[in-house]
Design a binder for this molecule. Structure first.
Ligand SMILES: Nc1nc2c(ncn2[C@@H]2O[C@@H]3COP(=O)(O)O[C@H]4[C@@H](O)[C@H](n5cnc6c(=O)[nH]c(N)nc65)O[C@@H]4COP(=O)(O)O[C@H]3[C@H]2O)c(=O)[nH]1
Length: 878
């Protein structure tokens, strides 16, 4: 009966304890104290419930299963829970009171004490919480409880022991075992659950810490789980993906590949790999997926877990590396060195340029390529710049493996490591040998005369400016010499341009031989050379003397015969000199002065040297003023023609030479002597000639209407520049057409020297005009030097014997011979001969005696205006 009561009591308490054990799930958690207190209250409450339905032996002596509850509170709940439960149970027992109150209190303390001891050894791992350990613990505990009954009043000990000892020792240890196992199981489950939570939280933390996207996809390609720290890596964000299939999310080409990856991974059981790209919120991304079969139990479908890694940066870096590798193998030579200039890598172009193979170069210092042409300072400056700015570029001379030194354009850049320390240098270079040569060629073309190799005008001007600056510093004079070959044009025309060029080269050589190294010999073009002397004396007169001495030497050197193959040519030069001093004007001005002086030397009879004289400059200025005047006179129609009759021995006046005069508003009537030369130099002679030609044609047209004058011819002087004008022939024909003049009555007088410029062209033009009836006369015949050469080729009608022969005719037998020969020649060629400058009857007679029947000269008439000419008697006087 008592056993049954114990079982009943213990069952109730066990049930209570199981309920309260729910709270025990939180015993080990963060609010442990509170959980333990709550557990203590629960256990204490359970004890009170047990004591409310006790097994009562005597009044005040009650038994229940509180020892079971309290021992378990101590074992599983710890001292706090056990203490609180003990206080509650003890207080209640005191309140119930009775004879067994002290034993009752012992039965509160004893289970707590033993429970704590058990807990202690259990925690140290010395006693497990198993069935038989609990049973044994229950027996020991309740053995103690039974022993404590001996402390009851003596009259109660025996009946109490008799009634409760056996049931207590049978039931309560079993209850201890059952409750202990129950609580231990609960605690273990709780621990497992907590461990699982912990593990899950850890796993989640780990997956969230990795930057990759974690996907779980079932065999149908359906998203079961998506973990992405950065949802921008997903198409549509992870919320939207769960439950969708890869076909819903990815473009067909990619979803197809995903499907294959899932299928292969599931079938093979080995991890699968896939690379794919998708358009994400952050642009196109490239991913690398690693798939692994995920073991899932039924009813779940087979699935794979995919770790999808964003490899966009890596792919980009690889792409950049590929580009860099291609760029490295460019046309430029490339060298990569370490921070100590040891070569680490070179490209093919390096080998092609330097001649060193990669094997030969790698590991070497870059000094391997040094040419030795640069001073140490050059490299110091270069490296200083690299250290300051991280880069350098410029021209440098390096040496090839063959030993050849060559120029290259080199760029050096610094590579820094993550700490900002120089780790490498990258050098790129181009062989600029060809560019340099081209530059040199261009420079030579720009500054040197291609024929002679001498400096040209540009370089001379440059050096002249420098020389002038030097005179300021040194106070020493220099000198500028303008040298022009006399008669070069004739040599050129007679012997051809090749001979002319050879002669110029020899002149260049002779000039260079005559002056010292610091001086400059230049060729301005044609036959014009310049010698610039520097560092002459500080006194002008001595400097002039030095220059003169050198000038004379040059004249003598250039006057020596020139041997060109079989030809032996003679030439001379005219030199104009100006002293150089920065106070005397700028470079251009000094060049002009030297030119003027040279012109003066020519005027003085050639093969001469002239210093610049300020009076010369005045003359030049006057000439310029005159040129302006001529220009104005032409516009104002101040140029008029006079007529000098031309007489045939038997027929009298047969025509006239037209001679221009300038009716100057201030200076009166001026002869050609005053203006023909300046007009030629000013480029106005063609205009002037055409004015004269026009007036002559108009006069012919006017005379044509009057029988008395209708047969007279007019001879007009023609300058070279007009003859060589591109449209000359057309202009003359148009003029004849316009005026109506008869071309057969027009005679154009040309001089020998005029023809020499371009004989072929002159012949063509003359022939064209001759076909229209125009006649030609050679003026000043005999003053040139090669009369025979062109007489046959030119379509001539008349030779005009120069007045110099006529003048000497009386006294000089050789002049008579020349005239006789000329007349014979002319008759042989069927040409007319006319003598000009006939002043005396004696001259006229001698001319007739020597075969010349036509005359022009003061003997008959000076050049006169039209009215005076028309007043002349046309018939022969005698
Ligand atoms: N001492 C002397 N002289 C005589 C005698 N008979 C004629 N003269 C001069 O000799 C020159 C002959 O002309 P020219 O030889 O063609 O030489 C011409 C000719 O070369 C040039 N000239 C004249 N008019 C023109 C023209 O319209 N166009 C061109 N281009 N030149 C012209 O000017 C030169 C000089 O002309 P002018 O002063 O008119 O001088 C003329 C004439 O006045 C004489 O018996 N004794």
């Amino acid at each position: 009966m008592t056993s049954y009561a114990f079982v009943e009591n213990a069952t109730v308490l066990l049930a209570l304890c199981w309920l309260l054990s729910v709270t025990a799930r939180h015993w080990g958690q963060s609010h442990q104290i509170w959980a333990q207190c709550t557990a203590g209250i629960w256990f204490g409450g359970a004890c009170i419930v047990g004591m409310l339905m006790p097994i009562s032996v005597q009044d005040g002596v009650i038994f229940d299963a509180r020892t079971v509850v309290l021992s378990m509170a101590a074992l599983f709940g710890g001292p706090i829970a056990a203490g609180i439960a003990g206080l509650i149970a003890g207080a209640y027992r005191l309140w119930v009171g009775g004879l067994g109150v002290w034993v009752g209190l012992i039965n509160v303390l004893l289970p707590i004490a033993l429970g704590l001891v058990y807990r202690h050894f259990h925690r140290r791992g010395q006693i497990a919480v198993g069935s038989w350990q609990l049973l044994l613990f229950g027996l020991v505990l309740h053995g103690g409880v039974v022993a404590s009954l001996l402390l009851l009043p003596a009259q109660l000990v025996a009946p109490t022991l008799e009634q409760v000892a056996v049931p207590m020792l049978l039931v309560l240890p079993t209850a201890v075992m059952l409750l202990g196992l129950l609580l231990a199981d609960l605690l273990r489950r709780d621990q497992i659950e907590r461990a699982m939570h912990l593990s899950e939280a850890r796993l989640r933390a780990i997956t969230q810490a990795i930057p990759d996207v974690l996907l779980v996809l079932d065999e149908d390609g359906r998203y079961l789980e998506v973990i992405a720290n950065d949802s921008s890596l997903l198409q549509g964000g992870n919320q939207n993906l769960i439950g969708k299939t890869v076909e819903d999310v990815l473009p067909p080409s990619q979803s197809q590949r995903f499907r294959e990856l899932i299928r292969d991974t599931l079938s093979s059981g080995t991890p699968g790999l896939l690379e794919y790209s998708i358009q994400t919120a952050n642009g196109l991304k490239i991913f690398e997926v690693r798939a692994q079969r995920l073991p899932l139990a039924q009813p779940y479908k087979p699935a794979v877990v995919c770790l999808s890694r964003d490899i966009s940066e890596r792919a980009k870096a690889e792409q950049e590396r590929r580009i860099a590798a291609i760029a490295f193998e460019s046309q430029q030579g490339m060298i990569i060195t370490d921070a100590k200039n040891r070569i680490l890598q070179v490209n093919q172009a390096f080998t092609e340029i330097s001649g060193y193979s990669a094997d030969e170069a790698i590991g070497q210092d870059t000094r391997l390529l040094a040419s030795g042409r640069h001073a140490p300072d050059f490299y110091l400056t270069m490296w200083r710049r690299i250290q300051q700015t991280g880069a350098w570029q410029g021209e440098i001379w390096n040496r090839r493996k063959t030993g050849e030194v060559y120029p290259e354009w080199l760029s050096i850049s610094t590579v820094l490591d993550a700490q900002g320390v120089v780790s490498n240098y990258v050098a790129a270079f181009t062989d600029i040998t060809e560019r340099k040569q081209a530059e040199e060629r261009i420079h030579n073309l720009a500054f040197y005369d291609p024929l002679s190799g001498l400096p040209n005008r540009r370089l001379l001007l440059d050096r002249l400016k420098q020389a002038l600056a030097a005179t300021v510093r040194s106070q020493h004079y220099g000198a500028l010499m303008f040298i022009d070959l006399d008669n070069f044009k004739n040599i050129n025309d007679l012997h051809g341009h090749q001979a002319g060029d050879q002669l110029l080269c020899m002149v260049a050589e002779r000039l260079s031989g005559e002056v010292r190294g610091i001086n400059t010999v230049a060729r301005l073009g044609g036959d014009e050379f310049v010698v610039m002397l520097e560092d002459l004396d500080a006194k002008a007169e001595y400097a002039a003397a030095q220059a003169e001495q050198i000038g004379e030497r040059i004249l003598s050197a250039l006057g020596q015969p020139y041997r060109l193959g079989a030809l032996l040519l003679h030439s001379s030069a005219s030199i104009g000199v100006v002293l150089l001093n920065s106070n005397d004007g700028d470079a251009e001005e000094l060049m002009k002065r030297a030119d003027m002086s040279m012109y003066e030397a020519k005027q003085a009879g050639k093969n001469a040297l002239r210093f610049f004289d300020p009076r010369m400059q005045q003359a030049v200025q006057e000439r310029l003023r005159l040129e302006d005047e001529i220009r104005r006179g032409l516009t104002a129609g101040e140029f008029v023609i006079h007529f000098q009759p031309q007489i045939e021995r038997h027929r009298g006046i047969v025509g006239a030479e037209v001679l221009v005069r300038w009716q100057h508003p201030q200076r009166g009537l001026l002869s050609p002597f005053h203006f023909i030369g300046p007009a030629e130099r000013a480029g106005l002679i063609e205009t002037l000639d055409f004015v004269v030609l026009t007036q002559a044609c108009e006069q012919l047209a006017a005379w044509a209407k009057q029988a008395r004058w209708a047969t007279l011819t007019l001879a007009v002087n023609l300058s070279a520049s007009l003859l060589y004008q591109a449209d000359f022939v057309d202009r003359v024909l148009a003029l004849l057409e316009r005026t109506g003049a008869d071309p057969r009555l027009l005679k154009l007088e040309i001089t020998e020297s005029l023809l020499l410029d371009d004989m072929e062209e002159a012949v063509v033009r003359m022939r064209t005009l001759k076909q229209h009836g125009i006649r030609f006369s050679i003026d000043d015949f005999g003053t040139g030097y090669s009369s025979m050469a062109y007489l046959q080729r030119l379509p001539l009608d008349q030779l005009k014997i120069d007045q110099s022969f006529v003048r000497q005719l009386v006294d000089d037998v050789s002049s008579q011979t020349i005239i006789r020969a000329t007349c014979a020649l002319a008759s042989g060629l069927n040409l007319e001969v006319i003598a000009e400058g006939v002043e005396t009857e004696e001259q006229r007679s001698l001319l007739v005696a020597n075969g010349c029947d036509m005359f022009q000269g003061y003997l008959f008439s000076r050049p006169v205006p039209l009215e005076a000419f028309e007043a002349l008697e046309l018939e022969p006087v005698a």
